[in-house]
Design a protein around this ligand. Sequence first.
Ligand SMILES: [Zn+2]
Length: 83
Amino acid sequence: MSDEDEIIEQTTFVADGVEYNVGDIIPIRVTPNGTYTNEEVVRVYCQVCGAEYVGPIREAGGFLGGHECYHRWEMLLATLPEA
Ligand SMILES: [Zn+2]
């Protein structure tokens, strides 16, 4: 154990047992919500809390939208008077 491995640098995404790097194209990805084809693996991060995500663009959008929604809720709560 060392202090050096505290920062996680995730750069790969695994779909159907195949490992993809950021920038790779996933030829086909079948999910319960639909089938995705020719989708790029991207790396995104939240500008508010610094969390990062590596994966297909569809999920990256969900990550960004989820964080945006959550942090907006946090800020709204901060403006409300104490109950
Ligand atoms: Zn965030």
